[in-house]
Ligand binder design. Structure first.
Ligand code: HEC
Length: 140
């Protein structure tokens, strides 16, 4: 049995170096930026909006309210989603992962991405003037 020769050894070191440097590069960030488009692809899609409304009342309304403004809620008061100002991508990140430290449950595993996009398309129909659903991710 032969030990590693110099070429194999350098190859091994090179691979290790790449893995060690990987988190320091901006590759994963660039990838995350592309995780979701700069606007919701389901915006204005009537079928998606109706499905989103149904899902909203089933899963989100209890905390975010009948008008999605966080009013008239009995227990945990959710944020006012009619003035959501981040981006579709940030919406997806928050909806999928929740803010578990602040009573916002994670919906990944309960609702799939298309369902969450549909809810987003519905919420965009309620968006007030100060709201914003476009732009790049700030949370990834
Ligand atoms: C158990 C109560 C509860 C339910 C159910 C709930 N939320 Fe929330 N949500 C919250 C709370 C509380 C916050 C505010 C968290 C904070 O202060 O950062 C929040 C915040 C959010 C935010 C961030 C708002 C912002 O301006 O930063 C989004 C987006 C959101 N919820 C989407 C949803 C969606 C979509 C659903 C349904 C699939 C849902 N939530 C269901 C409690 C809830």
């Amino acid at each position: 049995m032969k030990y590693l020769n110099l070429r194999q050894f350098s190859f091994f070191v090179a691979i290790l170096t790449i893995f060690a440097l990987f988190p320091a590069t901006d590759w994963p960030v660039a990838y995350a930026e592309d995780a979701y488009p700069r606007s919701n692809p389901l915006v204005g899609d009537q079928a998606a909006i109706e499905k989103g409304a149904y899902l909203y009342f089933k899963w989100c309304g209890a905390c975010h309210g009948r008008r999605a403004d966080g009013e008239g809620v009995r227990f945990t008061k959710g944020a006012d989603l009619t003035i959501f100002w981040r981006s579709y991508c940030d919406y997806m990140v928050i909806a999928l992962n929740g803010r578990t430290d602040k009573n916002m449950p994670p919906w990944g595993g309960v609702l799939d991405e298309e369902e969450l996009s549909s809810i987003g398309a519905y919420l965009e129909t309620l968006a007030k003037e100060s709201a914003n659903w476009k732009g790049s991710c700030t949370l990834l």
